[in-house]
Design a protein around this ligand. Structure first.
Ligand code: AMP
Ligand code: GLY
Length: 416
């Protein structure tokens, strides 16, 4: 099977790495890819949000499957174009991707499907904003309605800051604050059947102790030993299956991955957000543990071929990823800085380095080209061992002004 992966971040490097482990994947292409993916397959230059350009590239490389990593091409209709021309595509079409692209659409579907989530109001005037903030009280949660790379959400005790964030967007969703630890669960859906992957925990805030602004994600680990045994079944029954059935009822079959961001509140799991793609950096740890060959799995998801009772195989042990981000991330990441020590980091037992926002500078040098620069993965028999491996590897990376959280997976024990 020939596979084309769209995107060029840490998630796409992880996808390419897992696909290259699948013996049925005979050739691998990435667009645009990054210096890390160039070691696994061929990188191509393409505008990933141009459906026709992507379809032409898929034709040129004779792709049997296109895997769409980021949300922008999904919302731009790349999957629609590929499916229209009969190219199997992992990723929902633009109408289905509105589960991520529009917070208000997602809320409407959740309401119709009876999915447990925070109560919310969609507001498009300052008066509505004020009324909703007063109704729910603090901490205030204000979300821009459209895509914002994980940066459209403000959670604050300060009413003035909440109102100010709302005033920067035409339409916002204001919702009830959900308390409790967060968890990401990815479910693969072929439009009818769905299968869960391993839950992972992500660290969204920029600074240690969950302080600072929201980011795309600063680190993650999987499996999550403290998750109750029946949680995944409960989320499949209460969230994933009703959502997929509701989408099918609306004649918007959902094919791809449904990313369920959960808060485990005292009254049970509640959906914080849906995304229409794999999470970054959770993918890096989840795919590290996957033993089921990825190419066949994504192709079955793309073509309506997931058997109803599919279960996935997982390797024993754990993975932890720590994101090394650029000076100035998340507000103003500095690009063009030299990154060294990657080979040394990969000499640490159990560790390897995924590229996220990097570029070649000349034939040998790697420089920063995005906010999140590297996703350093450590593996081991359990979370503490994997964590030690990841941080030992991070120590060997040299990047001026690097921003790294030091508390990824800290306090997580070996057992539940
Ligand atoms: P989202 O883009 O919707 O995932 O929001 C980004 C982050 O903001 C989430 O991962 C949470 O940490 C936080 N957040 C979003 N919605 C809520 C909520 N209703 N209650 C508490 N925190 C939230
Ligand atoms: N790690 C969070 C996200 O991918 O949205």
């Amino acid at each position: 099977m020939k596979v084309l992966v769209l995107g060029g971040g840490g998630r796409e490097h992880a996808l390419a790495r897992a696909l290259s482990r699948d013996p049925n994947v005979v050739s691998l292409h990435c667009a645009p890819g990054n210096p890390g993916t160039s070691a696994l397959g061929e990188n191509h230059v393409v505008n990933v949000t141009d459906p026709v350009a992507v379809r032409e590239l898929a034709g040129r490389v004779r792709a049997d499957l296109v895997v769409i990593g980021p949300e922008a091409p999904l919302v731009a209709g790349v999957a629609d174009e590929l499916r229209h021309y009969g190219v199997p595509c992992f990723g929902p079409d633009s109408r289905a991707a509105r589960l991520e692209g529009s917070k208000s659409f997602a809320k409407e579907v959740m309401r119709a499907a009876g999915v447990p989530t925070a109560s919310a109001r969609t507001c498009d005037s300052p008066a509505q904003v004020r009324a909703a903030l007063e109704e729910f009280g603090g901490p205030y949660v204000v979300k821009a309605d459209g895509l914002a790379s994980g940066k459209g959400v403000v959670v604050t005790e300060d009413m003035a800051e909440a109102e100010q964030h709302a005033s920067r967007h035409e339409k916002v969703v204001i919702e009830e604050y959900l308390d409790g630890p967060e968890l990401s669960l990815f479910a693969l859906s072929d439009g009818t059947n769905a299968v869960p992957m391993l839950p992972a925990q992500d660290y969204k805030r920029a600074l240690d102790g969950d302080l600072g602004p929201n980011t795309g994600g600063m680190g993650a680990y999987a499996p999550v030993p403290w998750v109750p045994d029946d949680l995944v079944d409960q989320v499949m029954a209460e969230v994933v299956r009703p959502t997929i059935a509701e989408m099918a009822r609306r004649d918007i079959p959902y094919q791809g991955v449904l990313y369920v961001g959960l808060a485990l509140t005292s009254s049970g799991p509640r959906v914080v957000e849906f995304n229409a793609r794999l999470g970054d950096p959770e993918t890096q740890v989840v795919l590290d543990r996957l033993a089921t060959p990825l190419g066949g799995l994504l192709l079955a998801t793309a073509t309506g071929g997931l058997p109803p009772q599919t279960t996935l195989e997982w390797r024993p042990g754990a993975a932890v990823t720590v994101v090394v981000s650029a000076d100035g991330y998340p507000s103003d990441p500095v690009t063009g800085d030299l990154v060294t020590g990657i080979s040394a980091a990969e000499e640490v037992a159990g560790a390897y380095v995924l590229h996220a926002g990097t570029a070649w500078s000349g034939a040998h040098d790697i420089t920063t080209a995005g906010g999140r620069v590297l996703s350093v993965v450590g593996t081991g028999a359990d979370v503490p061992t994997a964590r030690a491996s990841a941080y030992a590897a991070v120590e060997r990376i040299e990047l001026r002004g690097a921003r790294v959280r030091t508390d990824i997976a800290s306090g997580v024990g070996a057992e539940g």
